[in-house]
Design a protein around this ligand. Structure first.
Ligand SMILES: Nc1ncnc2c1ncn2[C@@H]1O[C@H](COP(=O)(O)OP(=O)(O)OP(=O)(O)O)[C@@H](O)[C@H]1O
Ligand SMILES: [Mg+2]
Length: 260
């Protein structure tokens, strides 16, 4: 369970990233966060595992405040939270299996992991994770020799090997073609349904959000402007909220980004 209690985030330059967010995400939900560029989606996601510090309020993960956690307690909470990025964040020159084993570092001493001394159980776990995302045949391939979709599946496997209870994914399919997009989202859906892993995913496409989410949260200027089940996230409702057809294609997004 993830609880946001009166959470606000003001960046040092005065920009409001999050504005009084109050919501609870239950175990096993597949929540998709939508909103126009700059709405606060990444800020929201990164606040959950404290990649970003919030300014006020509190975030509680499974009844423990991550906001107040320090040292070992913070590491223990973070161990339960996997993260997937648009750019995959793999060690490109390392093999797939080594990248997946990186999900185990939170469980061992630094020196052991630097030396790559993972116990056989970890290797088992890593192989099973690769099996689940259908790329076990690539285990000993260098990560930079994989396609984008395959690399993203490796990062999902890394989160699985980590035995994460929550997976945060920031635009996980933004750099993928439509077919690969569907494969990666299907993988995420499968681990959500079969393993009960809670998913919080930022997506630009409301259509994909409707297809895969159980619940959609719409942000605008750091505020929650929509929070409900997929059935309520209609085109009309989103047009009402955003004052324009919601869908933002990646190419449009790039063109619309101010260069100044
Ligand atoms: N490090 C930062 N310093 C100052 N302002 C920031 C910083 N990061 C983000 N912001 C601002 O906070 C607001 C929310 O940004 P955020 O990155 O969360 O948006 P987003 O919804 O993820 O957008 P996108 O769809 O473009 O990824 C924006 O106005 C942005 O300019
Ligand atoms: Mg973002």
């Amino acid at each position: 369970m993830i609880e946001f209690k009166q959470v606000s985030k003001i960046y040092p330059n005065g920009v409001i990233g999050l504005d009084n967010i109050n919501l609870t995400i239950e175990k096993g939900e597949f929540v998709v966060i939508v909103g126009l560029s700059g709405a606060g989606k990444s800020t929201f996601l990164r606040s959950i595992n404290r990649l970003h510090e919030i300014s006020t309020g509190e975030i509680i993960i499974d009844n423990t405040s991550i906001t107040r956690a320090k040292g070992r307690q913070l590491l223990t909470i973070r161990r339960d939270i996997g993260m997937i990025f648009q750019s995959f964040n793999l060690v490109k020159r390392s093999t797939v299996i080594r990248n997946v084993l990186a999900g185990r570092v939170g469980y061992h001493s630094t020196i052991r992991t630097i030396l790559g001394l993972f116990p056989p159980e970890d290797k088992e776990l890593a192989m099973r994770a690769l099996e689940r995302v259908n790329i076990i045949d690539k285990a000993y391939t260098r990560s930079d020799q994989l396609s984008g979709g395959q690399q993203q599946r490796v990062s999902i496997a890394r989160a699985l090997a980590q035995e994460a209870k929550i997976i945060l994914a920031d635009e996980p399919v933004a750099s993928l073609d439509p077919l690969t997009t569907v494969q990666v989202l299907e993988d995420l859906k499968t681990i959500n349904v079969e393993l009960g892993i809670t998913l919080v995913v930022n997506l630009h496409s409301i259509e994909l959000a409707r297809q895969y989410a159980t619940r959609i949260v719409g942000l605008q200027d750091g505020r929650v402007v929509f929070d409900g089940p997929v059935e309520q996230a209609t085109d009309e409702r989103f047009k009402e909220i955003y004052g324009q057809p919601y869908e933002v294609k990646k190419s449009e997004k790039i063109i619309n980004t101010p260069t100044a």
